[in-house]
Unconditional design. Structure first.
Length: 342
């Protein structure tokens, strides 16, 4: 092969490689530009004063902010009438959160040491720490009673998903009036089908409190099945009511529960559909959301529920009528664990 031919082949190879490199650079730049546009277009948050009571501009929503930026994972607030409006950031970070009657529960990461830990922090109306308790696992659910006197939280202590069966949870209830902490509902007496029941595989999660600040509903898992239970803090008992109920949430009027229910034929990793239960009649109604929802719903009012679904930055919040009518509507982007304060 002549020298001239070798030079031409070499030049052609260099040209091809340069073209490939240039194309890769342009694609990378395009992806970066798209990512920056998404981030720049996300909800904006600014540090300011935040409380767990109704603001001067009326009812507000407090929730975990998932938008990228310096205030990601902080509690932020927006007017309930403008959920996609500018967010006021608190400086308090939470993985899970709920609030009612001026009391908040914040499940947060504890940094430092060889391994991260977690703790449950009770907050007053000005987001000041009232009490704190170490957690035995990864935070997953949190609730405050309507009167603000009781708080509950659930953590994963084995496994990290409700979709399968290989998980273990621990649910605790704290009475702020007395300081009494029931570290695990598994210590309560279980009444199943009218008889006392014991099993090493019992798990509880998803507490929702009644207005009397004494009783609650929750999920109990055992024997591969889930049960709706009603608990009594004074008697330290839980009683099974019906099967196939997970993460119940009681309406403000106390007449209905909404929850997720496993439906036969759905994928194992996305097995749930949302349902509503009339407590007086026992009538169950499927809600209009056709996607699988892995969340404990929150009531915006006595007619509408709010829940999270995966979004660009982790999760978005959706609103839906609780009577089976209507269609899901996105309430806000980049948000999780809302509390509606009015």
């Amino acid at each position: 092969m002549s020298l001239r031919r070798r030079i031409l082949i070499f030049a052609a190879v260099v040209a091809v490689l340069a073209g490939v490199a240039g194309l890769s650079f342009l694609r990378a730049a395009d992806r970066a530009e798209q990512r920056n546009r998404v981030q720049a277009g996300g909800p904006q948050a600014t540090r300011g004063d935040l409380s767990l009571t109704e603001g001067e501009d009326g009812p507000r929503i407090v929730f975990r902010n998932l938008a990228w930026g310096p205030h990601r994972d902080e509690l932020v607030s927006v007017p309930a009438a403008a959920p996609e409006g500018a967010r006021t950031a608190s400086g308090v970070s939470c993985l899970r959160f709920h609030a009612a009657a001026g009391t908040g529960i914040c499940l947060q990461t504890v940094k430092g040491g060889v391994q991260e830990g977690y703790r449950a922090v009770v907050l007053d109306a000005r987001l000041k720490e009232v009490a704190a308790h170490a957690l035995a696992g990864i935070p997953t659910r949190a609730r405050v009673s309507p009167g603000g006197h009781l708080v509950a939280w659930t953590v994963f202590v084995g496994g990290d998903s409700y979709a399968g069966t290989n998980f273990s949870t621990r649910t605790s209830v704290l009475d702020l009036r007395t300081g009494r902490l029931d570290a695990s509902l598994e210590e309560f007496t279980i009444l199943k089908d009218g008889k006392e029941y014991r099993n090493a595989d019992v798990n509880f999660w998803g507490v929702t409190f009644l207005a009397d600040e004494q009783a609650f509903y929750a999920t109990m898992g055992t024997g591969g099945r889930t049960h709706l239970v009603r608990g009594d803090l004074a008697a330290r008992t839980v009683t099974t009511l019906r099967e196939n109920v997970e993460c119940p949430s009681l309406s403000p009027g106390g007449k209905r529960l909404v929850y997720k229910k496993r439906v036969e034929g759905l994928p194992a990793e996305a097995p749930w559909r949302l349902h509503s239960l009339d407590l007086a009649s026992g009538e169950e109604t499927p809600l209009a959301e056709q996607r699988s929802v892995d969340d404990q719903l929150v009531w915006r009012d006595d007619r509408t529920v709010v829940y999270s679904l995966p979004g660009d930055f982790g999760a978005d919040l959706y609103a839906l009528p609780a009577d089976g009518t209507g269609n899901p509507a996105r309430l806000m982007a980049s948000a999780l664990a809302p509390a509606f304060l009015d």
